[in-house]
Design a protein around this ligand. Structure first.
Ligand SMILES: Cc1cc2nc3c(=O)[nH]c(=O)nc-3n(C[C@H](O)[C@H](O)[C@H](O)COP(=O)(O)OP(=O)(O)OC[C@H]3O[C@@H](n4cnc5c(N)ncnc54)[C@H](O)[C@@H]3O)c2cc1C
Length: 306
């Protein structure tokens, strides 16, 4: 990453929203459910599975959390109607975790029960480290209450994650394993690139040893190779794991992996609240951040100037 790009990543939140929207459109299916359905239909036609995310996080009013739960009911109905191969991903802060644990639990139960009615599945995304305890507690409570159609996400960046893998093992959880997008302090997180990779593989080994279904969520070529080698050494079949990628990232590689016979799921976010998600994607893509800066200094910003 060049010094210039590094600087841009830091100032990205100050970039006008219209510029962010322009450059992040590849990461978002659109603002409507109909747009998300079309994207999932195309992915399915290309042999890929999907997980649909209704954008919305850090919500501050109870009505908004109920509206998000309603949106998920609409998503399940649309998936069913169009006979799509897709589950959903939910953020607990969108369902009210920041307001009250009980409200969030109620909304999550609503989504999980709706999913069960359609024979579908809900994955709880993992957010920043302030939410990890509550997320894992809620996951355990619902699983212990018999809700089997529920999975969780673990972040290799966090030092606690191997311990979390061990303490969840009795539930044989369905886990999406990712590096973790939220940059946490060194006291609780690995900050070195190679240390995060090493922890990813340690967690993957333990999850596979515990016979968990794992969604290996990374675009890191080295990690994809190491993960597939571990899966192959254990003699797992293609129904025993899946690879996962984000919409708009490494599309050619996605196609190759599907052609090689792997199940591959694409994360498909949609909705009006695209901004926070877009910023995180652009911050992960410094070359793109540099492009934004150049464009912002010229064409994109020009109409905004007096
Ligand atoms: C399906 C899925 C679900 C996820 N869910 C969560 C979650 O619930 N909680 C959470 O904290 N994190 C989540 N993440 C994000 C994840 O934690 C990482 O931040 C993200 O995947 C980047 O890490 P990486 O493993 O791809 O490796 P990196 O080293 O970051 O990336 C490897 C390569 O992938 C390419 N790449 C990666 N990101 C981009 C991008 N935005 N634009 C263009 N190219 C890119 C680049 O070529 C890069 O060199 C999810 C990721 C995926 C794929």
């Amino acid at each position: 990453m060049s010094l210039f790009d590094r600087a841009i990543v830091r100032v990205l939140p100050a970039v006008p929203k219209q510029a962010v929207q322009l450059f992040s459109s590849r990461y978002i299916a659109g603002s409507t459910l109909a747009a998300a359905v079309e994207v999932v239909r195309d992915l399915n036609a290309g042999g890929k599975l999907a997980t649909v995310d209704v954008l919305g996080e850090e919500i501050t009013r109870e009505e908004e959390t109920r509206a998000i739960a309603q949106s998920y009911r609409d998503v399940f109905a649309a998936i069913d109607k169009a006979a799509l191969d897709s589950n959903v991903s939910v953020k607990l802060t969108a369902l009210g975790l920041g307001l009250s644990y009980d409200l969030c639990r109620e909304n999550l139960l609503d989504v999980v029960r709706t999913a069960a009615g359609y024979g579908n599945f809900v994955r709880i995304d993992m957010e920043d480290a302030t939410t990890t305890d509550a997320t894992l507690r809620l996951y355990r409570e619902l699983r212990e209450d018999g809700h089997e159609n529920l999975g969780v996400v673990l972040q290799a960046r966090l030092r606690r994650t191997l311990e979390d893998v061990r303490s969840l093992a009795d539930l044989r959880p369905s886990v999406r394993l990712c590096k973790g997008i939220y940059l946490e302090p060194a006291a609780i997180a690995f900050t070195d690139y190679e240390a995060v990779r090493a922890n990813f593989l340690r967690c993957l080994d333990e999850l596979l040893d515990a016979e968990c279904y794992v969604g290996v969520a990374t675009h890191d070529e080295w990690l994809i190779g190491e993960s597939l080698a571990r899966i192959s050494r254990r003699g797992l079949g293609t129904a025993d794991y899946e690879l996962q990628m984000l919409l708009g990232v490494r599309e050619e590689r996605r196609d190759e992996l599907v052609a090689e016979g792997h199940r591959l799921r694409v994360y498909v976010p949609f909705g009006e609240q695209w901004y926070a998600y877009s910023l995180r994607r652009l911050q992960e893509n410094p070359a793109m951040a540099g492009t934004i800066a150049r464009a912002t200094a010229g064409r994109v910003l020009r109409p905004l100037r007096p």
